[in-house]
Design a protein around this ligand. Structure first.
Ligand code: NAI
Length: 303
């Protein structure tokens, strides 16, 4: 059985990977995060503290467990914060990847790295894996720079690019557009939502499963791993409203140009998924199937 170490295990993707291993087994998991473990179950895997900005700690933890693969989910993921805190964004999204590359090289570990549709300018999505990147934001720039570090390294690497990830984590501490929109519409709050940006939202469970498939198949190269339905952000919120029978008249469609966001966003991203589907047996759910999975989990938590 392979040993897999996950970074950022308190995040949305990190928790979903932990959940899948706890429920289904298949690998020996070392979950790592900065500070205390926030996953509520403490059996079925090992937890270790690992701050990805501390190269000494990173090396010590990896040397102790000598995993076959590392799934690197930790990052600065808030696109606007990356724009205003560039130094920290660079340390987390670029320098920490260099540290991992060095340690993976030393112990011959496969590195599965998470990247983003924001490496593209959104002029002509959906994109395949060979499309030319042109990031509009500092977040996109840092994630692209990390991809370039992997590509020029001598280690075994896979880059999984993804788009708007949604799902629920155990302590509900991390929100996302689906939960946020559902919560606001349930309270009867009017929402201003952009209607001129298009995405393919990704169920966190699908992405977590694909990360584990990338380890199982010893994937090498770049893979697009998103949901399969393209929609505008306003359509996404309208579909959330339809699914839970909420009042769509609260949705006020606006243009992105009217928002005062620190980071510029691409207009139309989206991915062509054939490579991950054929080479990794990636099988994404439809958006409504994904919402049904979220709904089941909310009900199981009495919400
Ligand atoms: N969530 C999304 O919509 C998208 C995510 N991605 C990428 O997918 C990956 C996973 O994203 P999510 O799980 O959704 O993000 P998340 O923000 O839920 O999780 C990231 C985790 O990294 C942790 N972290 C931050 N600094 C750390 C440090 N110094 N040491 C250890 N951990 C640290 C955070 O505490 C957080 O738990 C990221 O690489 C992100 O860039 C790409 C496109 C869209």
């Amino acid at each position: 059985m392979k040993t897999v170490l996950v970074t950022g295990s308190n995040g949305l993707l990190g928790q979903k990977i932990t959940e899948q291993v706890v429920n289904q087994g298949g690998v020996k998991l070392i979950a790592t995060a900065k500070g205390d473990n926030r996953y509520p179950v403490d059996t079925g895997y090992v937890y270790a503290t690992m701050d990805i900005l501390n190269p000494k700690e990173v090396r010590e933890v990896i040397a102790l467990y000598k995993p076959d693969a590392i799934i690197h989910t930790a990052a600065m993921t808030n696109v606007d914060t990356c724009e205003t805190e560039k130094e920290l964004a660079y340390q987390l999204n670029v320098e920490a990847v260099q540290t991992l590359i060095e340690v993976c090289g030393e112990f011959d570990i496969q590195l599965v790295h998470l990247s983003t549709d924001f490496i593209f300018d959104g002029a002509n999505g959906p994109y395949d894996e060979e499309a030319e990147p042109n990031p509009l934001s500092y977040y996109g720039q840092t994630k692209l720079e990390a991809e370039e570090l992997l590509k020029k390294s001598n280690i075994r690497w896979a880059i999984l690019r993804t788009i708007i990830v949604y799902g629920i984590v155990s302590d509900m501490s991390r929100s996302n557009i689906v939960l946020w929109a559902k919560g606001a519409l349930e309270k009867g709050s009017p929402l201003n939502i952009v209607n001129d940006q298009w995405r393919m939202p990704t169920l966190a469970e699908d992405l977590a499963a694909c990360c584990l498939l990338a380890v199982e198949h010893e994937a090498q190269g770049v893979f697009n791993v998103s949901g399969k339905d393209m929609m505008s952000i306003s359509e996404l919120v309208a579909r959330v409203a339809d699914f839970w029978g909420l009042d769509k008249s609260l949705i006020n469609e606006i243009s992105a140009a009217t928002l005062n966001q620190a980071a510029k966003r691409p207009v139309r991203t989206g991915f062509i998924l054939d490579k991950a589907m054929t080479q990794l047996q990636y099988q994404p759910h439809s958006f409504e199937e994904g919402l049904a999975i979220v709904d089941e989990q909310l009900k199981a938590r009495g919400r």
